[in-house]
Design a protein. Structure first.
Length: 146
């Protein structure tokens, strides 16, 4: 039973729950950014570059071929799939990353600013008495008694 209680304490702890919520929101935000880039940014970039559609941009290293069969139906040359470097997709994902990274940077910057404002608002507690003052207070108290 102890392990179940320990797991429950771990699972309900604030940091884990906050992390889970941040993860879910991050995934959703990533989808929104991808939709924004695919639907709004890339068409504008394509228009500025002369109608280029970046999703189809790729460097073909090997063309795809279909299987060649003889009259009996046996495969003489097997089919080969296309081998290509999809740099257009990479550019799209790179733009996604830059937007998400900038948004996260702005959120962290705002949180740091709030934390800094909170620490500046709460004044530091006054320093306690020094060792010399403590010793003098003890001497004073001893003289009052005696």
């Amino acid at each position: 039973m102890g392990m179940i209680k320990e797991f429950k304490a771990f699972a309900v702890r604030g940091n884990l729950v906050d992390t889970a919520v941040a993860f879910v929101m991050g995934v959703s935000f990533g989808k929104i950014v991808s939709s924004f880039v695919d639907g709004m940014i890339m068409p504008l970039v394509g228009m500025l570059t002369g109608g280029v559609d970046f999703t189809d941009k790729k460097l073909i290293l090997q063309e795809a071929t279909t299987a060649v069969k003889d009259a009996a139906g046996t495969v003489v040359t097997p089919a080969v799939t296309e081998v290509s470097i999809k740099y257009g997709e990479f550019i799209t994902h790179l733009i996604d990353f830059v937007i998400v990274a900038f948004a996260v940077f702005m959120v962290i910057k705002a949180l740091n600013k709030l934390k800094k404002a909170e620490t500046e608002e709460t004044p530091a507690p006054p320093p306690g008495p020094t060792e010399t003052e403590k010793l003098l207070a003890e001497i004073r108290d001893a003289l009052k008694k005696g």
